[in-house]
Design a protein around this ligand. Structure first.
Ligand code: CMC
Length: 386
């Protein structure tokens, strides 16, 4: 056996430097370029957050106005992309996003006249249109116009979802969740996007890597799974018994735990407050009591306490999204769309880092030593089933 230590899950591996965001997992602290996530969620907008992540500073009023206009101008999609989306109508929204991203990359590739920054703005602005076009076509065969004059991405998204301009409360809630999901250090999807970027591949390729990686239930897909878990129980008592049963069976409790946070995820605390504001208008979702009970037990239970497992942002975002009228299969794209900002910021860092190298780790070889090739007629008649 080799004495090389394998770092499973790349735990505690440092891959590059970054200035985009910082997590202190022991105290549950998250900063975007030095600004506390609480301040960002309370005082900022998603567009302003994207600007901060991309340019490293908060914009002036004029800079923000120009950036907003730039994003608004990028909302419509080529007919060919819409046709592709119509073909994949029976798919999961995350697959639609990945496919739409690739399709746009075929039609509007990076070139001498379309640089990576223009592609970045385009993708950020086009994703909500892509998704909602698909949603309306898939749900009712409707071919909607994807252009609106809504000032923000959250307002545009909600407008296309319901067919009418959204109210301020819903816009603010979606906007706040977009801010919370925008960037998060070297999580799996950002790392995947960085690996693709490390080969100097185009930006569309990096983003499709990110989307594919985010889709998994251990990462962005956890919000959909956490909602499915909460919905399994009718009463808090059932939730308690169900949770104990899961632990006895050594099953993962979706929406709990984090590689870096060994304290309460600050985003979970904020999204809970935002969700309360939504419930004031929509009425309290009965699922909230189930979620609160699951959280209460987990925070007191030895299993969770010993392992420092806390609810993460995905545990609560789903309940809020559901109260706002989103179907669970849309939850993960509501994570992917804002995370595009983080992928973008880190991809830019990567390309401008003179120390950066292609990502190329090594394996610990556990296969055969050199052996002679056996001609096919000497391999016997057996059939190995796979
Ligand atoms: N339910 C039950 N046990 C858990 C859970 C959970 N959700 N998460 C971790 N554990 C246990 C794990 O089995 C291990 O136990 P033991 O020490 O007895 O082997 C211990 O806690 C340490 O866990 P780990 O597997 O070493 O943790 P990790 O850093 O490799 O995994 C994680 C992090 C987020 C993948 C994991 O906590 C998990 O699967 N959580 C559920 C999925 C989820 O909610 N994901 C969203 C993460 S937040 C949004 C995002 O950034 O993607």
């Amino acid at each position: 056996m080799s004495d090389i230590e394998i770092k499973r899950g790349l735990k505690d591996v440092y891959f590059a430097t970054s200035e985009a965001s910082f997590i202190d997992g022991n105290i549950g602290k998250l900063l975007y370029r030095g600004y506390n996530i609480d301040d960002m969620a309370r005082n900022s907008t998603f567009e302003e957050t994207v600007y901060l992540l991309l340019f490293g500073k908060l914009p002036t009023a004029k800079e923000l106005l120009d950036f907003d206009a730039q994003l608004r101008a990028n909302r419509t999609l080529p007919r060919e992309v819409l046709q592709v989306i119509e073909i994949v109508q029976a798919s999961h929204p995350m697959d639609v996003l990945r496919t739409g991203c690739s399709a746009l990359g075929c039609l509007e590739p990076e070139s001498a006249t379309r640089d990576q920054h223009q592609v970045a703005d385009r993708l950020l602005a086009a994703f909500p249109s892509m998704l909602l076009y698909w949603y309306q076509f898939h749900a009712g065969g409707k071919r909607i116009e994807t252009e609106t004059d809504d000032p923000s991405m959250a307002a545009h998204f909600l407008h296309l979802l319901s067919g009418k301009p959204a109210d301020e409360m819903r816009i603010r809630a979606l906007d706040a969740s977009f801010i919370l999901y925008a960037e998060h250090e070297f999580n799996a999807s950002t790392f995947a996007a960085r690996i693709t970027a490390s080969t100097l591949a185009d930006f569309y390729s990096a983003i499709t890597s990110g989307i594919g990686t985010l889709r998994g239930p251990l990462h962005g897909g956890a919000n959909e799974e956490a909602m499915a878990l909460i919905e399994r129980f009718q009463t808090p008592d059932e939730a308690e018994a169900g949770l104990m049963d899961m632990l006895a069976r050594k099953q993962l409790v979706m929406g709990f735990g984090h590689r870096v946070y060994k304290n309460y995820d600050p985003r979970a605390r904020i999204i809970k407050q935002v969700a309360d504001q939504v419930f004031e208008v929509t009425g309290k979702d009965p699922m909230l009591n189930i979620a609160l009970e699951l959280e209460r037990i987990a925070l007191e239970d030895d299993y969770f306490v010993k392992r420092r497992l806390y609810p993460n942002v995905d545990f609560y975002s789903g309940i809020m999204y559901e109260a706002m009228g989103f179907k669970p299969e849309m939850f993960t794209v509501l994570f992917a769309i804002p995370r595009t900002a983080g992928w973008l910021a880190q991809w830019q860092e990567m390309l401008t880092d003179p120390e950066q190298k292609i990502a190329r780790p090594r394996q610990v070889w556990i296969g055969h030593d050199t052996r002679p090739f056996v001609p096919i007629e000497q391999r016997g008649t057996g059939v190995v089933t796979r």
